[in-house]
Design a protein around this ligand. Structure first.
Ligand SMILES: [Zn+2]
Ligand SMILES: [Zn+2]
Length: 306
């Protein structure tokens, strides 16, 4: 069928947004609109407008590319949203939750080498799934494509990863440096922390501050990652963590260096107990499989770019 299409020139000659009518479906890419709006327009306004337009004029699924058949603020189809599966393993570290192929790295108490040496900083850690496949793509859409409406379904996955018997006084997010937060317009860990707080009816408070900008952890060794974030966090002025049981939220845990540094800062601030929860974690089992099967390249990537 012939398609009717027109283009509306935007604020500059090179940037435009398009409206196409293909028999029955309007296509209006919300990400282009965000680019068209001037930089000075507040980020939340751009995101709200983009989400609203996406509701009125459906888009393609940003994961599988198929047309979206339902009105939703989330530009990902139901099938792709249901694809991420919880992490499964026969052997886990009881403290950091690292999955292992066998029980060899664990001591009699079920702790891995890092946790035995007291390097974890936190008391327990949980993650929903492996930093692979659709879960990884969804996190990237939230984080880098700024599709903040994904925080709700991803927050629900996160809530499902937390054991029900736990009790917390406060939920807090791993903070970004103010400059990076300003550039991105939001902190994805804060969005996820807000969802967790709503789900479990726990107050959400910004307890931590990132005192200095830290270079990206991507591609760094475990030791270099620890050095990179050493002393980078502290409890915010005028805030007390004294005696609190804290649930610390982040999107991805790779070696755990960042959440360890945050947990240590919370403990220095008087926190009684710190539990970490992340949407995804780098799974060393996949890395080891990649070593044995070199054609499985996506797994090696996942250990580097969080
Ligand atoms: Zn899809
Ligand atoms: Zn461990």
């Amino acid at each position: 069928m012939p398609a009717l299409s027109c283009r509306l020139e935007g604020l500059t000659g090179s940037i435009f947004f398009g409206v196409q009518l293909r028999t029955w479906r309007w296509i209006f890419p919300s990400f282009s609109l965000a680019k068209v709006l001037p930089f000075a327009v507040p980020s939340f306004f751009k995101q709200s407008l983009a989400s609203t337009l996406n509701l009125i004029l459906p888009d393609d699924c940003r994961i599988c590319g198929l047309p979206l058949r339902e009105f939703s603020r989330i530009p990902v189809c139901r099938s792709c949203l249901s694809q991420p599966k919880p992490l499964e393993a026969d052997h886990w570290c009881v403290t950091c939750g690292s999955p292992f192929l066998n029980a060899f790295p664990l001591d009699a108490d079920g702790r891995c080498g890092l946790c035995r040496r007291g390097l974890a900083g936190f008391d327990a850690a949980y993650a929903f799934g492996s930093y692979e496949g659709t879960l990884r793509s969804l996190i990237h859409l939230l984080k880098y494509k700024k599709i903040c409406s994904l925080s709700k379904p991803l927050g629900q996955l996160l809530a499902g990863a937390l054991p029900r018997h736990q009790r917390f006084d406060v939920v807090t997010a791993v903070p970004m440096h103010w400059r990076r937060r300003w550039m991105r317009g939001f902190n994805q860990a804060e969005l996820l922390a807000a969802e967790i707080g709503r789900h479990f009816h726990i107050p959400v408070k910004p307890l931590l501050k990132r005192c200095r900008p830290t270079p990206s952890q991507a591609g760094l060794t475990r030791a270099a990652r620890r050095a990179n974030v050493a002393g980078a966090f502290r409890v915010r002025n005028g805030v007390s963590a004294e005696g609190l049981r804290v649930l610390l939220v982040d999107d991805v845990m790779t070696t755990g260096a960042t959440v360890s540094a945050c947990a240590s800062a919370l403990k220095r601030g008087g926190a009684k107990h710190v539990t970490v929860i992340t949407l995804a974690r780098a799974d060393r089992r996949l890395f080891l499989q990649t070593v044995n099967q070199p054609d499985r390249t996506p797994s090696t990537r996942s250990l580097k770019d969080a």
